[in-house]
Design a protein around this ligand. Structure first.
Ligand code: GTP
Ligand code: MG
Length: 332
């Protein structure tokens, strides 16, 4: 409330300006993000208040909106009722999660022919306050293929927080499982991460139903690349033969899947019995113009290098998937 009072305008009339509206809070889907990690530490967000209106018909400044970036596939739930409010799937898709209150009206608004000195003014409206649960439905970027016991689940357990069952017998893994590989774990950026899918092992004849068959390969069908794990410690297994068999089964499942980028990874490098297997593996990689990767779940050799190399390849390559995810991996 304000009245104009000046030397030559003693009864200048009401001049209280309106208050500004507050800032709103939005969520926006960003394809460059892969995790909800940033919201692990900072959990409260308050948009700016609207400023008060002032005398001289000054309108208060509006508060600035806040936009929180989230990865594609983020589900937004009401934290109190659990109601699903939205699922952000498209890059740039935006959702207002807390609407600003509008500003109040200054007394200048209430002047009329019968009331020239209104003392009435309207208070500003409260902004919305909301408790939200964010859940990310993951889409795997990278699929693992290889014989049973090749070390697929061990790799997932060393690269991510996922804890798949690991044991020294074939077909330990019966169900696909996803893990988030955060480069943060290896001294990289908190925002750099990719999603890995562990699936059961393949054996010769899987396409005809041997072992667990090949149907579970559909869980890696939409990935952007495959890692083909080759156990270099097994004296009973020739790398060339192991590679050929797995390739044949992937091809039998889907030539499209077989055509995706597929890197050969030599596993159990800590337990190499002789150099012959390593040399054979190296020659195959050289023939494909691929850099040979060696990893060990025991010593940790090559894990960091692999995590960074995959991350770089994914950044360079095809745009991230925008389809609906399959497995809820994280809840904050
Ligand atoms: N020495 C050594 N042993 C390993 C390494 N990685 C895995 N193993 C062992 O190999 C066995 C099989 O490992 P898993 O990770 O379960 O293999 P998998 O490929 O997931 O096997 P399936 O789920 O049956 O297809 C386990 O006994 C592991 O401890 C490694 O880097 N070095
Ligand atoms: Mg396994």
């Amino acid at each position: 409330m304000s009245f104009r009072r000046e030397k030559f305008a003693p009864e200048g009339g009401p001049d209280g300006g309106d208050g500004g509206k507050g800032g709103s809070i939005f969520l926006r889907a960003n394809k460059a993000l892969n995790t909800l990690n940033p919201y692990r530490s900072k959990r409260n967000f308050t948009a700016e208040r609207g400023r008060q209106g002032e005398g001289g018909m000054c309108h208060g400044k509006d508060g600035i909106d806040i936009t929180l970036e989230v990865p594609l596939g983020t589900q937004v739930k009401d934290g109190d009722t659990g109601e699903l409010l939205a699922e952000l799937l498209e890059h740039g898709e935006q959702l207002c999660v807390a609407r600003a209150g509008r500003g109040g009206l200054g007394n200048a608004n209430f002047k009329s022919s019968t009331n020239r000195t209104p003392r009435h003014h309207q208070p500003g409206e409260e902004g919305e306050e909301r408790n939200l649960d964010l859940e990310l439905k993951l889409i795997a970027d990278v699929g693992l293929v290889g014989f049973p016991n090749a070390g697929k689940s061990t790799l997932v357990s060393r690269l991510s927080a996922a804890r798949p069952k690991i044991a020294n017998y074939p077909f330990t893994t019966l169900e696909p499982q996803l893990g988030v590989v955060s480069l943060d774990r290896f001294g990289g950026d908190l925002l750099d991460s990719w999603v890995i899918a562990d699936i059961p092992g393949l054996i010769e004849g899987a396409a005809e139903g041997a072992g667990l068959g090949i149907q579970f390969l559909r869980h890696v069908e939409r990935t952007r690349m495959l890692l083909q794990l080759v156990d270099l410690s097994d004296p009973m297994e020739e790398p060339a033969e192991a590679i050929r068999v797995i390739e044949g089964e992937v091809m039998a499942f889907s030539p499209v899947l077989a055509a995706k980028p597929r890197w050969l990874i030599g596993t159990k490098s800590d337990a190499l019995q002789d150099d012959a297997r390593r040399l054979a593996f190296e020659a195959i990689c050289a023939a494909r113009k691929q850099k040979p990767f060696y990893i060990s779940g025991v010593t940790g050799e090559g894990l960091k290098e692999l995590a960074f190399a995959v991350n770089a390849a994914l950044k360079e390559g095809a745009s991230p998937a925008t389809q609906r995810g399959e497995i809820v991996e994280e809840t904050w």
